[in-house]
Write a protein that binds this ligand. Structure first.
Ligand SMILES: Nc1ncnc2c1ncn2[C@@H]1O[C@H](COP(=O)(O)OP(=O)(O)OP(=O)(O)O)[C@@H](O)[C@H]1O
Length: 247
């Protein structure tokens, strides 16, 4: 398995992805044929109206959910070809998550949460490096706190510190600034931007045009399909496109 975190193998490829949720009340086609390449070392924001399929796309791109049809390739490896154990190993080796629901282990301190991916990969976590990552998100003083003793925003920042420390090939973030005040949100976006500038691939779902303006490319979804892309848009241009989609 590839465990390097350098370009270009880190790109995520979505090839003809569909995802139908089947339930007693009927089927929902959340994704209806999404093909997209996330180039290595780039920062992409995924936007679209509520229910357009953003979270579904993110879960599938990260191998947390399987598509109904179509394939996902990460770091050159087709996820379809992997059993659950290998998929977990690939995730640990190449990805980091800043998701509300996949964030931190409650039983571990902030320090140990940041150190965890490196330890799981069988390497020693250097104390100074872990503290530096916590320092970069402004949480050095909270190294001994456990997630239940922290605010939502602080937990998000621990998850970002973990990504800074682990240096995954791909970072998936779902509304990473949703729970943060404006200044902390800006700091987090600047950190994500810096990760991409250092060769990591960042994929972020957001509703916030200002957050999306930190990305290289904004991918617009509507009704389970990619309906457009914008490169290097500013917040006003992105907001205008969103308003059109929400009409
Ligand atoms: N587990 C599920 N079972 C059935 N339908 C689902 C399930 N998860 C999502 N959906 C439906 O799939 C569609 C896409 O949902 P998804 O959460 O991906 O959208 P989203 O763009 O992330 O929305 P939001 O911005 O509101 O979070 C919606 O119509 C949603 O109701």
């Amino acid at each position: 398995m590839t465990t390097t975190s350098t370009a270009p193998a880190a790109a995520v490829v979505l090839d003809g992805i569909t995802r139908t949720y089947r339930s007693r009340s009927g089927n929902v086609d959340a994704l209806r044929g999404v093909t997209h390449v996330f180039p290595a070392g780039t920062f992409t924001a995924v936007m679209g109206p509520s229910g357009s399929g953003k979270s579904t796309l993110m879960q599938i791109a990260a191998g947390l959910d399987r598509p109904t049809t179509g394939g996902v390739t990460i770091a050159g490896i087709a996820l379809k070809s992997l059993d659950k154990t290998r998929l977990t190993k690939l995730r640990r080796a190449t990805m980091s998550f800043v998701f509300q629901q996949y964030n931190l282990l409650d039983a571990l301190t902030a320090f140990d949460n940041v150190a965890l991916p490196v330890r799981l990969a069988g390497r020693r976590a250097d104390r100074a490096a872990v503290l530096e990552a916590l320092d970069r998100v402004g949480l050095r003083d909270l190294e001994r706190r456990r997630p239940p003793e922290m605010s939502g925003g602080q937990q998000q920042r621990v998850a970002i510190a973990r990504a800074l420390h682990a240096r995954p090939a791909v970072l998936f973030a779902d509304e990473p600034t949703g729970a943060l005040d404006r200044a902390t949100g800006r700091d987090v976006l600047t950190l994500l931007r810096a990760l991409a500038d250092h060769g990591q691939t960042v994929v972020m779902v957001t509703h916030d045009p200002l957050a999306a303006s930190y990305a290289d490319t904004v991918l617009f979804l509507a009704d389970g399909l990619v309906v457009g892309q914008m490169r290097r848009g500013d917040a006003t241009q992105i907001a205008a496109r969103m308003t059109e989609l929400e009409r």
